[in-house]
Write a protein that binds this ligand. Structure first.
Ligand SMILES: [Zn+2]
Ligand SMILES: [Zn+2]
Length: 475
């Protein structure tokens, strides 16, 4: 932020000519005096917004920097002082809960150890009123379109709209976090997957491949596109490297060709991208970084296909557990919980790292705002967090792979699932046999244990395909 004034001048002479015309429409150079008159309000806004999202560590950082700046400019810092007061309250209550010894706390001049403030906050999953990319998932044209794609992926299945009881807890019908809020007895209309004809036990009823995948493995022996293991160099069909950047390896010519068209074209040779999201300071943040990598793949797909990210077919029809837009004018107390805020949000992973991704892709994050604005990235995150499936590392047990399969995630979840899913290069649903179905036990009136088992083999026509809750909790 502090460099902004100088930056404008630097860019005057040496910008790329092509971009300059475009940028001139968006940006007006400002003087140092104009910058000084604006920058205070920028700090106020940033700190207030970070507080709203409960990103206290970054709010504190900008607050301290802002107060210093206000002093040097001899401006009124009362808004930031108020914010600082609120942050200190949060700090004190957190400090009490943590019960640290004095040596574990390294207080600064404000009496705050910033490391003890939470950096991860939450935002709402909002269906922004200006988001005209979101389809009506229950409209007949959407169902027709999805059923058309399903013909190849799951020929014995169809998509239908179903009424589900509105959920109160944390498990959403398509995902591992979030969930519609509602009163007892309320229903929410969701999409579901149904058998169009009988399906035999052990029959594979859905096979879906997706290039919307991400891995945080550093030394990859996986295909860059589909994440399946690379074949041996000596095999008749050896791995295929990208001809322009040798570090990118695919399992087959098919994956190579698809990758070029779908996501690799725009990022080929952009070496700076490789390190983003893979150097993870704290192992417990691994899942959050996987979502960032998934975001990076979506941005690469959008740039390669010259498409808006929210219009990507892998993204457009998936569920985001959105709540309605509500411009809440009430000032919130620091630390107060907003129940509708369920989407993890941090300055680092929602703002800074995505800007780094764009810059490493050779895109100006400001000039490309209409395509990659924060609300768009937040919408992507909301959709990914509701629907991505993950795989754990056999190495350290941490999450290392995740993917979005837009048709697979149409299936609702049940405690008595009738399919099992497996994910190699493609994701599949396989119908469960009787021996794999849930067994319900209860104590009868006479104290005897009664058992109820599934009686049917496979899945009958008209039955809903029900997935199990995710084995891997990425949230
Ligand atoms: Zn592949
Ligand atoms: Zn390449």
């Amino acid at each position: 932020l502090g460099d902004e004034g100088e930056k404008e001048d630097e860019n005057e002479g040496d910008g790329e000519e092509q971009n300059e015309d475009e940028e001139d429409d968006f940006f007006v150079p400002i003087t140092k005096a104009e910058y000084d008159s604006l920058i205070g309000e920028v700090y106020n806004l940033l700190v207030k917004s970070l507080l709203k999202c409960r990103c206290y560590r970054d709010a504190y950082d900008f607050c301290a920097r802002g107060i210093e700046l206000f002093h040097s400019l001899k401006q009124d810092d009362s808004i930031l002082q108020d914010a600082l007061g609120n942050i200190k309250k949060v700090y004190t209550s957190r400090r009490e809960k943590l019960d640290l010894s004095p040596s574990e706390e390294k207080k600064d001049d404000n009496g705050v150890d910033p490391r003890l403030l939470p950096a991860q906050g939450v935002a709402r999953r909002v269906l922004y009123p200006w988001n005209d990319h979101e389809p009506d998932r229950k409209a007949s044209e959407t169902l027709e379109l999805l059923n058309e794609i399903l013909k190849d992926v799951a020929p014995k299945c169809e998509v239908k709209a179903v009424a589900l009881p509105a959920l109160h807890g944390t498990a959403g019908p398509h995902g591992i976090n979030g969930g519609a809020k509602g009163q007892e007895g309320e229903v929410s209309i969701q999409l579901g997957l149904f058998a169009k004809e009988d399906i035999a036990p052990n029959e594979i009823l859905l096979r879906e491949t997706s290039l919307l995948t991400a891995t945080n493995r550093l030394h990859d022996d996986l295909c860059d596109a589909c994440n399946s293991p690379l074949p041996d160099l000596s095999s008749p069909n050896p791995p295929v490297p990208c001809s322009d950047c040798e570090d990118t390896i695919f399992c087959s010519q098919e994956c190579h060709d698809q990758a070029q068209e779908i996501y690799h074209g725009a990022i080929c040779g952009m070496e700076g991208l490789a390190s983003i999201g893979r150097d993870i300071p704290d192992p417990k943040d691994k899942a959050d970084y996987l979502y960032l990598l998934l975001l990076g793949r979506a941005l690469a797909m959008a740039a390669t296909q010259e498409m808006h990210p929210l219009d990507l077919p892998e993204v457009k029809y998936i569920w985001g557990d959105f709540c309605d837009f509500d411009l809440d004018p009430e000032p919130e107390e620091a630390g107060e919980k907003d129940d509708s805020a369920t989407l993890p949000f941090s300055f680092h992973l929602t703002i800074l790292q995505p800007i780094r991704l764009l810059e490493e892709m050779g895109l100006d994050p400001y000039a490309t705002l209409p395509t990659y604005d924060t609300w768009i990235l937040n919408t992507l995150y909301a959709k990914f967090r509701g629907t991505a499936s993950g795989r754990l590392s056999t190495w350290d047990g941490g999450p290392e792979l995740c993917a979005v399969h837009p048709l697979w995630c149409l299936a609702n979840h049940s405690c008595d699932p009738n399919v099992r899913w497996e994910w190699g290069g493609e994701i599949t649903f396989r119908a469960r046999g009787v021996e794999e179905r849930a067994v319900w036990r209860r104590k009868g009136a006479n104290g005897q244990v009664e058992e109820r088992k599934a009686e049917k083999e496979g899945i009958r026509m008209g039955e809903e395909i029900l997935n199990h809750y995710c084995d891997v909790d990425l949230s």
